[in-house]
Design a protein around this ligand. Structure first.
Ligand code: OOG
Ligand code: NI
Length: 460
């Protein structure tokens, strides 16, 4: 049973996210440079765009902005995935969504561990995009057996971390000293290792199969491969990156630039080539890269279907994967196609394309509203304010683009096998949560709070 002496999982997550960021900044100096650029840009945007500043104030996002980030790891076995799920649960993070990356030629499927309730997200929105290698997609049986054996030998969790996970599960929480120790111990799983567990020749064989296979199988643990801060203007950061000695990928993934941002836009810089010692020789490996993102409103199933349709149409017109050579054509096509997506919160709300949060205004708080008033009327009369509900998840096509820019275009393998959510959940040891349901619940809770404050039975 949780007791008053137990630290809130949200505070453990907040502490862990900070510790991870400090570790990554020490290990990858370019991450520090990117963070500075994002902080400068965000300060400038907030100073000039008063409407956005007010919106973020209202939703509370302004307070979480500086600590907002996501990371990514790639795991090798079902045991590792099930155990990481228990490790993240100590910090109040649950697996949300299922992403199949095989259509992009990447032999993994993934979920995102994150907090699920808006108040927990407010304390710390830290997320980890977590992929599981699909060894069954390695065709060469000897290489597959070798990979399996290498993975079976490794232990990516410290004994103390495992003990603290068990203790937390048994007691319903961790007290302060144990929580502090848990953060330090859990961090070890995500650390970079300068030594590989295989020979240079074995690494090469794994890498020839797929660079991602080598990245997972050849090392002691699932090093965090990027940490992504949230920017309020991704185009400004993208344009300023070269000036800081950072070369971004050719196109920004996700929707085009808009007045009212939707979902998620992301860009990254290429993975660094880092010195590695194999069991028999020196060499190098590249896995760690930098990424930034801008988050917009979460879309309803209807809005998401429209997004997917427009994105696919633009890509079909382009007739190729977006790259250096066709980047400006792609930007043009995206802008053209997305004219069909209303760029106005009111229209998006009226057409049921996006999720929103509702807040009682000062005017509304003192008033006893007329029960015959509709929600739209209460908004029109200034009793209720409406703000976009921020998208907390990822996008499969964008994730594929990020993977590909780091693995090189040579990695565009075509797999016959595809999506297998049941298999993923079997490995995970539980269901993944449907993100659309979470957005619906948050929207509904905000409506219920408004109804209570206005003395109304309900609002829809
Ligand atoms: C994850 C790539 C996907 C995102 O933000 O969508 C990703 C990885 O490379 O392990 O980072
Ligand atoms: Ni990412």
């Amino acid at each position: 049973m949780p007791t008053a002496r137990h630290v809130s999982p949200d505070d453990i997550r907040k502490g862990f996210s900070k510790a991870m960021s400090d570790m990554y900044r020490d290990e990858v100096p370019l991450y520090g440079a990117l963070m500075e650029l994002v902080a400068e840009t965000n300060a400038r945007v907030l100073a000039t765009d008063t409407g956005l500043a007010r919106q973020l104030q209202r939703t509370g996002e302004i307070q979480r902005l500086d600590m907002e980030r996501h990371g990514a790891i790639r795991l090798g076995t079902a045991f590792e995935l099930a155990t990481i799920s228990r490790l993240f649960a100590v910090m109040g993070m649950q697996p949300v969504g299922y992403y199949d990356l095989t259509p992009a030629g990447v032999p993994v499927h993934s979920t995102a561990f994150r907090a699920v309730h808006e108040s927990a997200l407010q304390t710390s929105p830290f997320r980890v995009f977590t992929s599981l290698l699909r060894l069954e997609l390695i065709e060469n049986p000897e290489l597959r057996a070798f990979a399996q054996a290498a993975l079976a030998k490794r232990s990516i969790f410290t004994p103390r971390a495992l003990a603290l996970i068990e203790q937390c599960e048994a007691d319903g929480g961790l007290e302060q000293a144990d929580a502090d120790q848990f953060i330090q111990q859990a961090l070890e799983t995500f650390r970079w290792h300068h030594t590989a567990t295989v020979s240079a020749a074995q690494y090469q064989q794994l890498s020839n199969q797929h660079r991602l296979v080598a990245d997972v199988v050849a090392f002691k643990g699932p090093h965090i491969n990027h940490l992504t801060p949230r920017t309020l203007d991704i185009d400004q950061v993208q344009a300023a990156m070269p000036g800081k000695g950072i070369t971004p990928k050719a196109v920004i993934e996700g929707p085009p630039r808009r007045q009212c941002p939707i979902l998620l836009r992301q860009t990254s810089f290429k993975a660094l080539d880092e010195a590695i010692t194999f069991t028999d020789a020196k060499g190098s490996h590249s896995a760690r890269f930098g990424e930034i993102e801008q988050r917009g409103v979460a879309l309803t199933p209807k809005g998401r279907a429209l997004y997917d349709q427009l994105l696919n149409a633009a890509r079909d017109d382009l007739g190729a994967f977006p790259n250096e050579a066709n980047a400006s054509r792609y930007t043009e096509l995206m802008a053209q196609h997305f004219e069909a997506f209303p760029d106005d919160h009111r229209q998006m709300r009226e057409q049921g394309l996006a999720f929103f949060r509702y807040f009682v205004t000062d005017k509304g708080r003192g008033a006893q509203a007329d029960p015959s008033c509709s929600l739209s009327e209460l908004i029109a009369t200034g009793h209720v304010d409406v703000e976009p509900l921020v998208y907390e998840d990822f996008l499969p096509v964008s994730a594929a683009g990020i993977f590909q820019s780091n693995l090189g275009d040579a990695a565009q393998t075509h797999y016959a096998t595809n999506s297998n959510q049941a298999e993923f959940e079997k490995a995970l040891g539980r269901w993944t949560i449907d993100e659309l349901q979470l957005y619906g619940e948050t929207q509904q809770r905000s409506l219920a709070e408004c109804a209570t404050a206005l003395g109304l039975p309900a609002l829809a």
